[in-house]
Design a protein around this ligand. Structure first.
Ligand code: AMP
Length: 544
C-alpha cells in the first residue's frame, strides 16, 4: 500500500524559496575582491538568482548544460549556486588553484557553455579562453562598468554580470519542476593519475546531504547562527554550507579572498559569527591572531575542522584555551563531502578528558545516510575493534555511483566506494585514518598528484628514477619532497630540477626540496615502495 502524502521532488530551488519566504531579511554578508563588505539578504539573493535564470534562458542554455564558475565565497557566487541549479542547469565550480592547462581541460570536459569569473581570475581567463571554444559567454563578476575589457579584449562573448542581470525582468521566475535525481552541480577532483574526475551531484543528493550536515552531531546549524564557511565554494560546494544555511535560514558570512587570520578574526567579530568551517591550515592563522588578541572572536562558539586531520594541539587550543567547541569531520568530493564527524555519544560524557580527546582526534562516526566498512587486502570485511586496519569503503545516497564520463571502469566495489583511506573503526563506529593508499599529497587542504610530479622529474635528462613523497609541514600539513636517483655520470643540482617544474605544474605543486639518493626501494612488481621510502626518510613515524 502506498502512503498518502504529497509528492514533491527535493529541489535546490525549494531551498532558496524557503529561505526567501521565511528568512527573507536574514543577511548574507560578503567581503569582496574590491576589499569592501557587501550586504544582502536571502530575499534579494532569490530575486537576483531568478534574474540570472532568466538570463540563461535568453542565451538558450539548455536544461542539464553546464555553467562554470571561478569565484571566491561571495554573494554573486551564491546567486549562481541558486540561479544555475534552480533553473535546471548544472553548476560547475572550478578550482582556481589548479594549473590553467588543467582548468582548460576541465572546462572542455564539462562542456561549459558559460563561465562566470571574478576579477582576481582574469589571468586564468587570459590563459584559457582561446583553448575553450565551446564557451559561449564569459561573465565577469564585477561592478557595472568594471568589465576588464582591456585585459580580455580578445575574448569573444565577454559580458558584465551586473549589466546582464539588469537586462532581465524583475518578475518572479517559475522554477522548473525537475526530477530530483537530475544533476545540479559538478566538482572535479584531482586524482592520483591522469585527468581530474568529475563528481556529478543531484538535487536529491544535495538536499539530503545538507539536511544531514545541519544535524546537531555535525554542524548543529539553526536560524540563530551566523555561519562563515572558509572552505571554498569552488570545492565540493563549501561542504554544503550554502545549501544548509538556506535550509535553516541562518545568517551567512562569506569571506571572499581574505582568508588570513586577521581578516577572519575581524569579520567574525563584526558579523557575530557563531560557526565556521575550514581546513587545519586556515585555523593555524586564526589561532595565531586569537593569541595575539588574547581573546577569541566574541561570538565564535564552534568550528568544523576537516579536509585533513585536525591535530590534537589545535583541538586543545580551541577548546581548552579559548572555549570554542571543535567538531572534527571527514569527507571526500565523492561523498558531497560529509561522511563522518567526531561527536560524543551520551555514554561518552563520563569519560576522562584524555579519552574524550582520543575520540575527537579520530575522524568520527557516520552521519545518518552514510554506511561504511573496512576491508582487508583480500576484499574481506575486517572487524570493528579499533585495531584491524584496512581500506575504508562507503555507500549512501550522497556517495558517488560513477565519475562523469571518465572513460574508466566503474570505481565501485560490490556497490561500495573505496575511499583510498586506510583506517580502523572501533566498536562505537568511530573511524580513524592511519594512512592513505592513494598516491597524493594534501597541502593546505588541496591535492598534489605525486605521480604527476614524478613524471615531470622523469622527463629531465639527468634523472634515472624519481619518487615524490609527502613530508609533514607545520603550516601546510604536508609538502612534496622529490627523491631522485641520478643517471650515471649526470650532473644536476636541486635548483635545476626545481626550475624545471616552472610552467609545467601549478607553482604550489613544485616540491619544496630535492633529495638525491643512490637507490629507491621497489616492490616485487617494480612499483616504488612509498611506505618504505617514507620510513627511510622520516623514520617509522613518517606517514603519508
Ligand atoms: P577531497 O576529495 O579533496 O575532499 O579529499 C578527501 C580526502 O581528504 C579524504 O579521502 C582523506 O584522505 C582526506 N581527508 C579529509 N578529511 C580528513 C580528516 N578529517 N582527516 C584526515 N584526512 C582527511
Amino acid at each position: 500500500m502506498m502512503g498518502l502524502m504529497q509528492q514533491q521532488p527535493l529541489l535546490i530551488s525549494s531551498l532558496i524559496d524557503f529561505a526567501a519566504r521565511f528568512h527573507g531579511d536574514t543577511e548574507i554578508v560578503s567581503r569582496r575582491v574590491e576589499g569592501d563588505r557587501h550586504r544582502t539578504t536571502w530575499a534579494k539573493v532569490q530575486r537576483r538568482s531568478m534574474r540570472l535564470a532568466r538570463g540563461l534562458d535568453a542565451w538558450g542554455v539548455q536544461r542539464g548544460e553546464r555553467v562554470g564558475t571561478l569565484a571566491w565565497n561571495g554573494y554573486r557566487h551564491l546567486e549562481l549556486y541558486y540561479g544555475v541549479s534552480g533553473s535546471g542547469r548544472v553548476l560547475h565550480t572550478i578550482n582556481p588553484r589548479l594549473h590553467p592547462e588543467q582548468i582548460a581541460w576541465i572546462v572542455n570536459h564539462a562542456e561549459d557553455q558559460v563561465v562566470a569569473f571574478e576579477l582576481s581570475f582574469v589571468p586564468i581567463i587570459q590563459a584559457i579562453a582561446a583553448k575553450c571554444p565551446g564557451v559561449r559567454k564569459w561573465v565577469a563578476l564585477c561592478e557595472p562598468g568594471a568589465l576588464p575589457g582591456d585585459a580580455l579584449g580578445e575574448v569573444a562573448g565577454l559580458v558584465g554580470y551586473e549589466e546582464w542581470l539588469a537586462a532581465q525582468s524583475e518578475q518572479p521566475y517559475a522554477w522548473p519542476v525537475l526530477d530530483e535525481n537530475e544533476a545540479s552541480s559538478i566538482c572535479y577532483t584531482s586524482g592520483t593519475t591522469g585527468h581530474p574526475k568529475g563528481v556529478l551531484y543531484s538535487h536529491r543528493s544535495t538536499l539530503l546531504h545538507a539536511a544531514a550536515g545541519a544535524l546537531p552531531d555535525v554542524m548543529c546549524l539553526s536560524a540563530a547562527d551566523s555561519v562563515l564557511p572558509v572552505v571554498p565554494m569552488f570545492h565540493v560546494n563549501a561542504w554544503g554550507t550554502p545549501y544548509a544555511a538556506a535550509m535553516v535560514g541562518c545568517k551567512l558570512v562569506l569571506p571572499g579572498p581574505a582568508l588570513d587570520g586577521a581578516s577572519l578574526f575581524e569579520i567574525m567579530d563584526d558579523e557575530g559569527v557563531t560557526l565556521s568551517a575550514g581546513v587545519p591550515t586556515v585555523w593555524l592563522g586564526l589561532l595565531a591572531k586569537i593569541r595575539q588578541e588574547g581573546r577569541r572572536p566574541l561570538s565564535l562558539a564552534r568550528v568544523l575542522i576537516g579536509g585533513s586531520a585536525a591535530p590534537q594541539a589545535m583541538i586543545e587550543s580551541f577548546q581548552d584555551e579559548w572555549g570554542v567547541e571543535v567538531r572534527h569531520a571527514w569527507g571526500m568530493t565523492e561523498m558531497s563531502p560529509l561522511g563522518t564527524a567526531a561527536a560524543f555519544k551520551f555514554k561518552h560524557q563520563a569519560l576522562a578528558p584524555q579519552q574524550r580527546m582520543h575520540l575527537q582526534t579520530s575522524q568520527g562516526r557516520p552521519l545518518f545516510g552514510v554506511d561504511m566498512r573496512v576491508v582487508g587486502a583480500d576484499g574481506a570485511e575486517l572487524p570493528w575493534d579499533g585495531r584491524a586496519v584496512g581500506e575504508l569503503e562507503v555507500r549512501g545516497p550522497w556517495v558517488l555511483a560513477d565519475y562523469y564520463r571518465s572513460g574508466l571502469p566503474n570505481p565501485l566495489h560490490d556497490g561500495w566506494f573505496p575511499t583510498g583511506d586506510v583506517v580502523s573503526i572501533d566498536a562505537d563506529g568511530f573511524m580513524r585514518i592511519v594512512d592513505r593508499s592513494k598516491d597524493v599529497i594534501k597541502s593546505g587542504g588541496e591535492w598534489i598528484s605525486s605521480i604527476d610530479i614524478e613524471n615531470v622529474a622523469m622527463a629531465h635528462p639527468a634523472v634515472a628514477m624519481a619518487a615524490c613523497v609527502a613530508v609533514p609541514h607545520p603550516k601546510w600539513d604536508e609538502r612534496p619532497l622529490l627523491v631522485v636517483v641520478k643517471k650515471p655520470g649526470a650532473q644536476v643540482e636541486s635548483r635545476d630540477l626545481l626550475t624545471f617544474y616552472e610552467g609545467k605544474v601549478a607553482k604550489w605543486w613544485i616540491p619544496d626540496d630535492v633529495m638525491f639518493v643512490d637507490a629507491i626501494p621497489l616492490g616485487a612488481t617494480g612499483k616504488i615502495l612509498k611506505t618504505r621510502l617514507r620510513e627511510q626518510l622520516l623514520g617509522s613515524a613518517g606517514q603519508s
